[in-house]
Design a protein around this ligand. Sequence first.
Ligand SMILES: *Cc1c(COP(=O)(O)O)cnc(C)c1O
Length: 443
Amino acid sequence: MSDTAESGRSGTDARRRIPRTDALLSEPRLAKAADELGRGLVRRAITTAQERARAGEITPEAVADEAVALLPTTASSLREVLNATGVVVHTNLGRAPLSRAAVRAMRAAAGNTDVEFDLAEGRRARRGRGALAALAEALPEVGGVDGVHVVNNNAAALLLCALVLAPGKEIVISRGELVEIGDSFRIPDLLAATGARLREVGTTNRTHPADYADAIGPDTGFVLKVHPSNFRVSGFTAQVPVARLARFGVPVVVDIGSGLLRAHPRLPDEPDAASALADGAAVVTASADKLLGGPQAGLILGDHELVRRLRRHPVARALRVDKLTLAALEATVRGPAPPVRRFLDTDPETLRARAERLAAVLSRRGVDAVAVSTVAAVGGGGAPGVELPSAAVSLPVDYARRLRTSEPAVVGRVERDRCLLDLCAITPDADDRVVEAVTRCTS
Ligand SMILES: *Cc1c(COP(=O)(O)O)cnc(C)c1O
């Protein structure tokens, strides 16, 4: 202690007045929080507040209020983020935000639910049949629920295909489709981990029907067509379409990636499940949390006999999805268009008008904010060449860090030494929250 005797004594007095943990835990607001969040998290807030009082940063009388202010909003450390990056499906930010209908469905299923039980008959029923039925109805091309299976993610869907269709056999794949899906996970490595052998054909930029024909034989388990969803090879290129691959007489598995059930007018080059099935794919696999706009899941759609074998494989049990996912998936498919679809369908003029309004409000509050036109991206391994015209609020660059660490966190992107808050992946009803977050970061 380097305090003088005098300040040391008053410091000691102040420290003596700091409320004790027991007393704080019975303070009404903190006691209520302990019921909702658990005692551990409340204790942590209390300890931090007491430390601040001990360090002289706050008065002993302010400790209870400080502890209340430090309480987290939920018992999970995952924090809400407003995605102002201009990337509609951002993997690091949890991909697709769920629709309200999906959130409500998850909440309703969060307790006990009839996920695997027939209430009328009082006996076991097919797990997740509501979600399977929703997908089958949205996609008549699969010919009913027996053509649908749902697993943990698209990687799991591919894993299951390799385990069932190519044990000890070859998976024929174009060299132009040997894709790394992010965080250094590679589809070829995933498939090889099952013991299947990869038979690479063609070259990075061009693969022809004859390349496949030369490779296909008795050792072939299936032909895999992977959508190179996060990059684009342009120029002198050639790929073999699904309809041509289907004529080789071996199963064709098509990994469409982003989960479009049908073609979308703004994404002309993005493959969709309906077209792949119509073109003769035996099985289509996709993510549910990209352009479909639902929870993390992998969709397996296709031939009933193959889907039945996939479902029955012992590993299927290790890849199954939980009731919350099934609830959210069904509500996404049946319910109103999820946020991702609405983001894709918003016209740039509307976005620009919103950006102008936000910039005007912020300018009146003394913030150096201007509306700018931007180019946003689909992201999340989808539509790599597609540029989405969008709009953003442009702020001084030092806002980037402050907004990222605010509550809720707002994650923008830095471009030419400005912090851009792109509105393409922000729902209009969250605009005012963006304004409030920027305002709080200004004082
Ligand atoms: C995103 C993607 C995957 C991985 O899907 P997950 O659902 O993240 O497992 C696989 N293949 C393609 C083509 C993709 O775009």
